[in-house]
Design a binder for this molecule. Structure first.
Ligand SMILES: O=c1ccn([C@@H]2O[C@H](COP(=O)(O)OP(=O)(O)O[C@H]3O[C@H](CO)[C@H](O)[C@H](O)[C@H]3O)[C@@H](O)[C@H]2O)c(=O)[nH]1
Length: 734
């Protein structure tokens, strides 16, 4: 590598082809300009620029792509500052023609060999830029040119504090390099790099400090959408339409969140959705998708070999455990090629309104990072190329869903049916919402210019928005006992074609927000570091008014029972509001199954109430079935005959595709297992001691965490278990 430092100070000037010269202000610029004017600008080919070097103004023509190299660009930019040019930069570096020629040679090579270092020799020339961070300046010798480029960017963006504690070269050099590895990664992961991230953050933090309403100019009102009634003819028609479409769908599960509110150490996808079978959320989701796939193929004529793709968005917090869960369970029956994991990266945490990065408390060479939110899913899907491959394969729908909603697949067929019959580009699934419940409200926003959008207003923004627009009480229930705004459960169904079209404009970037928790009303410091975030449901916000955006409202008991809150928090939820805990999530599954069977004609006893981990819940018979038993209500009705009854203390597990209940009277526990080729009718009176729920305390650490967070364990005292492993037609009569 050549050595660029010479005693003689010379100037380099460059001009971009076709740019007009501005009026020069100082004499040095005047001199240079004179020389430049003699040059034949037209001779500079497209994509190149002319650079004038040294006292003689020797002309070099170089590709403008060189500007992509961080240091080269930084030097050009600082020169532009120095000379006051806007588009035409001047560069004054102490080098001579020979050095510059060498610099170009190396640049050329670097551009070819991509990101190798090349500017090292020139660095000491411009060391002045680091004088504001003396500890960094002393360490420049140990850094590569790429690292220097990043360091320059950090200083330019007000991050010099990151180097305050750096010791002399020779001490912790490896960790210093590690610091830049992380900076390079953070820089590469954010569109526009860290400089854009910091600039966006400063703007959003200033808006937040000023109390700026993100919905300024908009008036909220209650939108109208499709309201579905479980089990009526319309519902069954929509379910059938949805199942038909399912073979042209892809599912996307966002599962990068750690679930801090639940306080569970593992990944939420590995939690049992209910404990009679112990089926975890991921197993339940995969089996539900496979069941839909089969049901969809059965509906269409001729050969159907659809394999519904499943994409799981993970993060560093969840990736390894998710992969392990899949691999150690043979992907729960799904082909490995059907499942793709895409990992979102975290973003830098910010300590103050100037968007200064927070250093990790345990490692001063590491910037603290946090997840950027589920909105990352759009950019990742776009950049992965999956969307285009799905389109080429003839797919039409993309369904997004979250990590812990054991009821969701009961609502999917009908809501997909709504999308296909209404031709919605975007369909959000919603349920009645209790005021202040931690779910966004689907809201119609009318702008002062007359334009309208129907979108999610997040739960922490709905109350201030309502108060700011003349609703003095803010987010409150209306006479129905619910908020008038339907609650968004973050199950989105997008039409793939318009989705791809929109993403090719935005590359999947979603508007960000920041939510700092201030120490006091001066809003100058934060209780803990914050970061920029984005939400997947904000996707429709950028759509043109012509986009067909709708939503479908379903009963809450049917569609929504997430597991998000730890027992101590759930027990403090105001009476009548949902707990969203492991306890309520499991109880909701039993309740929904009972209500579905009731609607199909089974006599099911009323529930009793009980208290687990301080939460009062309805205790219905513990009935579960494997997803392949049924994907639609019509199918349930087909499989349930006359005169069935189930007592309150009963439990039942139906595990098989062709199991029919007919004249069954159950008072105890019954487990029916049958392979897909066995058709089994279950009838008669089954009575035994059954299963009981034994109370456990969440504070009792001798009990496994996944059990104690729900406050009970299932004690299997006595049951009748019948198994059919062979094909054939069978009737079991007790
Ligand atoms: O960076 C992240 C953050 C979250 N998630 C995933 O996104 C989903 C939702 O995360 P949370 O459960 O933390 O979401 P919230 O409860 O804050 O709220 C979201 O879910 C609610 C319903 O459950 C409402 O719909 C609300 O409007 C919506 O923002 C989870 O599957 C989580 O794993 C990610 O993949 N990456």
């Amino acid at each position: 590598m050549g050595h660029f430092i010479r005693s003689s100070k010379m100037s380099v000037l460059f001009s971009l082809r076709g740019k007009k010269k501005k009026k020069e202000k100082d004499s040095r610029r005047e001199n240079m300009k004179d020389s430049l004017l003699d040059e034949d600008e037209a001779a500079v080919p497209e994509g190149c620029m002319a650079v004038y070097v040294g006292a003689e103004m020797r002309r070099f023509v170089i590709p403008t792509s060189y500007l992509r190299l961080p240091l080269f660009r930084v030097l050009m930019e600082s020169a532009a500052d120095e000379f006051g040019f806007d588009q035409v930069g001047g560069l004054r570096i102490p080098c001579d023609e020979e050095d510059f020629t060498e610099l170009l040679k190396t640049t050329k090579k670097t551009m070819k060999n991509s990101r190798k270092t090349f500017f090292l020799a020139g660095l000491s020339v411009t060391n002045g830029w680091a004088s504001s961070a003396p500890n960094l300046q002393r360490n420049l010798g140990i850094l590569s040119s790429e690292e220097i480029g990043l360091a320059m960017m950090l200083l330019r963006e007000g991050q010099k504090h990151l180097f305050d504690h750096w010791p002399e070269p020779g001490v912790d050099d490896k960790r210093k390099k590690g610091f830049f590895d992380q900076v390079a990664q953070l820089n590469a992961n954010y569109p526009g790099g860290l400089a854009s991230y910091i600039q966006n953050a400063r703007k959003l933090l200033a808006d937040s400090k000023a109390g700026k309403n993100p919905y300024d100019g908009f008036t909220p009102s209650v939108p109208t959408g499709e309201v579905l009634t479980f089990g009526n003819d319309n519902f069954m028609m929509l379910e059938e339409a949805g199942v038909r479409e399912a073979r042209r769908a892809a599912f996307v599960l966002v599962a990068g969140g750690l679930g801090e509110r639940l306080g569970y150490k593992g990944i939420k996808l590995a939690l049992p959705s209910e404990t009679t079978t112990g089926r975890c959320f991921l197993q339940h989701y995969i089996e539900s998708i496979l069941a839909l796939q089969e049901a969809s193929c059965r509906l269409v004529q001729g050969q159907c070999e659809a394999e519904i793709p499943l994409v799981i968005m993970t993060s560093d917090d969840t990736h390894e455990s998710t992969l392990l869960l899949l691999e150690s369970n043979y992907y729960f029956g799904m082909k490995t090629t059907q499942v793709k994991l895409i990992k979102q990266e975290k973003v830098a945490c910010l300590t103050d309104n100037d968007a200064r990065f927070a250093l990790d408390l345990n490692d001063k060479y590491k910037i603290q990072t946090k997840p950027h939110g589920h909105g990352d899913v759009h950019a990742l899907l776009y950049s992965s190329g999956l969307l285009n491959s799905w389109q080429s394969a003839g797919l039409k729908w993309v369904l997004f869903f979250q990590d812990t909603n054991g009821l969701l697949f009961k609502a999917i067929p009908a809501s997909l049916g709504v999308s296909s019959t209404k031709g919605y580009h975007v369909n959000s699934l919603a349920v009645p919402r209790k005021a202040k419940e931690a779910m966004g409200g689907i809201t119609k926003l009318t702008h002062t210019d007359g334009s309208e959008i129907v979108t999610n207003v997040e739960y922490n923004q709905l109350d201030p928005l309502l108060r700011a627009t003349g609703h003095a009480d803010g987010d409150v229930n209306c006479e129905t006992g619910f908020s008038p705004f339907p609650g968004n459960i973050n199950q989105l169904i997008l039409d793939l074609g318009p989705y791809i079209k929109e993403l090719s404009k935005t590359q999947g970037a979603i508007a960000e927000f920041v939510n700092p928790k201030y120490k006091d009303s001066t809003k100058t410091s934060f209780k803990s570091s914050t970061r920029l975030e984005c939400m997947m449901q904000d996707y429709p916000k950028s759509l043109p008014p012509s986009a067909k955006v709708g939503f479908s409202v379903m009963d809450k008991w049917l569609a929504y029972a997430p597991v998000k809150n730890k027992p101590e928090d759930a027990s403090k939820v105001p009476k009548g509001n949902p707990y969203h805990s492991a306890t309520s999530g499991e109880m909701a599954i039993y309740k929904a199954n009972c209500l579905i069977l009731r609607k199909a004609g089974v006599h099911i006893a009323d529930p009793v109430t009980d208290i687990f981990n301080g939460q009062e819940v309805e205790l219905w018979p513990c009935i579960t079935w494997s997803p392949k038993w049924t994907s639609t209500f019509r199918d349930v009705k087909r499989k349930v005959g006359e005169c069935c009854s189930i007592s309150q203390r009963s439990s039942m597990i139906i595990n098989g595709q062709n199991i029919f209940l007919d004249g069954l009277s159950l008072d105890g526990a019954l487990v029916v297992n049958a392979n897909d080729q066995a058709e089994v009718k279950v009838t008669g009176y089954v009575q035994n001691k059954g299963w009981a729920l034994e109370h456990v305390d969440y504070k009792d650490i001798s009990i496994p965490e996944e059990t104690r967070i729900r406050g009970f364990k299932v004690c299997k005292i006595e049951q009748l278990e019948i198994n059919y492993a062979d094909p054939g037609k069978f009737c079991f009569k007790s």
